[in-house]
Write a protein of this length. Structure first.
Lengths: 342, 234
């Protein structure tokens, strides 16, 4: 995964900087290319969500199919903290992260002994349980109506604060949080923890036999990914100025899987980013022509899975990456069990 | 006794595979477990490791009952394993594979450097990605990986399988060397002569039962003909 040749141990790498350059300037050119500011915000929220999700799917090989619940819990937690606790941005975001993480902990205790299809089925069931609770617990979640009028809280720095009422400003908050998340996740997946997680994906039994408590590693990965989902949920609540039950639908759990896979999350750290961008662009461009855009997107997904299971990131690596980077003499074909590396 | 397996019965689902297997390894001893394909040798190892748990009977390691212990605890207690497919993590370098396997137990510690002293070529392999290693190299890494985990006992599942005779010889020399270092080992083999050449004691199993046991010396005296019958497990 990493050795002297690959500078992956560093905090900031070229791809990270490239992503900062693209996303950091987005509000300045998004309209010039015929798109709109809110799209950038949506992309940022989902990129954060999907990057955290890929810690499970790509690195741990743990297919959670109920992860939409956690972005939903984050959104509700943000709203509840704002209405009933303190309307301070940092505290509300922290509440979103922690409460989602606690729900993640409860789920992790149930699923971390499972793997493969059993893991997947359990996560679907858990997602449904959270959906059910959210729809019935009207006093907290507002039931079918959801939580309305969630404020885009000012970014409070003590001495001064920045107003983020307009979408471009909120976008920059999301971007700043993206920057933190991406650097931390990059470090995490290249830390000893990340290597063990990758090894668990390759062969859980062997990792156990090296003396590692696989349960704990899987549980931590699960909890961390739900905490990132909680953060995305908090941002989403501000973007939407509300928190609604729809986000906890099974459909959104499926969407994040789709995004991550189509982008190439199984082979690349950046897969989820590619996937999210492609999804939203497809929604807006295909969607302008046909109501059935999701059908076309689904077909695209199937073709990709059939002919290029490494997803967009794989295509990128074989074309652009191949030109930029000098490959080692006998470049090994991607191993089926390989953890996402670059 | 470093290892005592007492009357274990192991199942895959509803199919019983081990019918009351008992065997033991003394401290510093090399024990060979022989038997034909499907006899239940690998299953015996998996039962010791807690990977396929015995339904009846008990396993003691270094005096402690590990019959119901979770696998990672058994590993932490100092049981090392060189699996039959020798699989290491293919996307990690050899060094990383060894690094993640390092741990301390109550037994002697082995550093990566110590392992390099046993396997001279290992040093040059350290930066290599594991997916490109030859079978012999892989076996070296698999044994080294067990060593850096500070084992008090190593279970080797068919260490000679699929290797060229010259390489088998190298591996056996290493096993002798480890024995001189005082390591206890349980070696599963189909190649009877190779196993007899390093073992102190022998167990023969067939159809999920131990059918014979005795000092390796006795079997060595009986020569090649006897060896052949053992492989077919009378
Ligand atoms: N995962 C499994 N599920 C069901 N049956 C199994 C499984 N693994 C092994 N068996 C059966 O258990 C019996 C013993 O197998 P085991 O692998 O322990 O034999 P072995 O002595 O190691 O043989 P070999 O020399 O071929 O490695 C065989 O009949 C085999 O078919
Ligand atoms: Mg076997």
């Amino acid at each position: 995964m990493s050795d002297a040749r690959n500078p992956v141990g560093r905090w900031i790498t070229l791809p990270i900087l490239a992503s900062f350059a693209v996303f950091g300037t987005l509000p300045y050119w998004v309209e010039a290319v015929g798109l709109y500011q809110y799209l950038g915000l949506e992309i940022m929220v989902w990129v954060i969500f999907a990057l955290g999700y890929n810690l499970l799917l790509g690195y741990g090989g743990l297919p959670s199919f109920g992860h939409g619940a956690f972005i939903g819990i984050g959104a509700y937690a943000f709203g509840v903290a704002q209405f009933h606790f303190i309307p301070n941005l940092w505290i509300c975001l922290l509440a979103a992260i922690i409460i989602t993480g606690l729900c993640g902990l409860a789920a992790a205790l149930l699923v971390s002994r499972r793997r493969g299809i059993y893991f997947a089925l359990m996560t679907i069931a858990i997602g449904q349980v959270f959906f059910f609770i959210a729809s019935k617990w009207t006093s907290v979640t507002g039931g079918e109506d959801g939580l309305l009028n969630i404020q885009r809280l000012p970014v409070d720095f003590g001495l001064f604060s920045i107003d983020i009422q307009d979408t471009a400003s909120l976008y920059y908050l999301a971007f700043a949080l993206y920057a933190v998340v991406v650097v931390l996740l990059w470090r995490l997946v290249h830390s000893p923890f990340g290597r063990i997680l990758g090894a668990i994906r390759q062969n859980e039994e062997r990792v156990r036999f090296l003396g590692y408590n696989v349960f704990i590693y899987k549980a931590i990965a699960f909890i961390l990914s739900t905490m990132v989902a909680g953060l995305a949920g908090g941002l989403f609540a501000m973007a939407q100025e509300g928190a609604y039950i729809q986000i906890m639908n099974l459909q959104w759990s499926g969407t994040v899987v789709l995004m991550t896979l189509i982008g190439g999350g199984l082979v690349s750290f950046w897969g989820p980013v590619f996937g999210v961008v492609l999804y939203f662009i497809a929604r807006d461009i295909l969607g302008a022509y046909t109501e059935a855009w999701l059908l076309w997107f689904g077909l695209m997904f199937m073709l990709l899975v059939m002919f290029k299971p490494e997803g967009l990131a794989g295509i990128w690596r074989d074309t652009v990456g191949g030109l930029v980077r000098r490959k080692p003499a006998a470049a090994p074909s991607p191993h089926p069990n390989q953890s996402p590396a670059e | 006794m470093i290892l005592e397996v007492d009357n274990i019965h192991t199942f895959y689902g509803e199919t019983q595979v081990l019918f009351g297997v008992s065997l033991s390894v003394k401290k510093g001893e090399v024990v060979a477990l022989l038997g034909p394909n499907g006899a239940g040798k690998t299953t015996t190892i998996r039962s010791i490791l807690g990977l396929t748990r015995a339904r009846r009977g008990s396993v003691h390691f270094n005096g402690a009952d590990i019959t119901r212990a979770p696998t990672h605890k058994i590993a932490q207690a100092g049981v090392g394993w060189v699996p039959d497919d020798r699989r290491i993590f293919p996307t990690l370098t050899v060094r990383r594979n060894l690094e993640i396997a390092r741990k301390t137990t109550g037994f002697a510690n082995w550093t990566i450097d110590d392992a390099c002293k046993i396997f001279a070529p290992l040093e040059h392999l350290l930066p290599r990605e594991c997916e490109n290693l030859s079978g012999g190299e892989m076996q070296m890494v698999a044994i080294s990986r067990a060593l850096v985990g500070a084992p008090g006992l190593i279970l080797l599942d068919e260490p000679s399988q699929g290797l060229a005779p010259k390489i088998v010889n190298d591996v056996m020399n290493v096993i002798r060397r480890l024995r001189e270092e005082g390591l206890s080992m349980l070696i599963v083999e189909q190649n009877v002569n190779i196993a007899l050449s390093v073992a102190d004691r022998v167990f023969v199993m067939n159809h999920g039962r131990i059918v014979e046991e005795g000092p390796a010396e006795n079997y060595r005296k009986q020569g090649a003909a006897r060896a052949a019958t053992l492989a077919a497990a009378t």
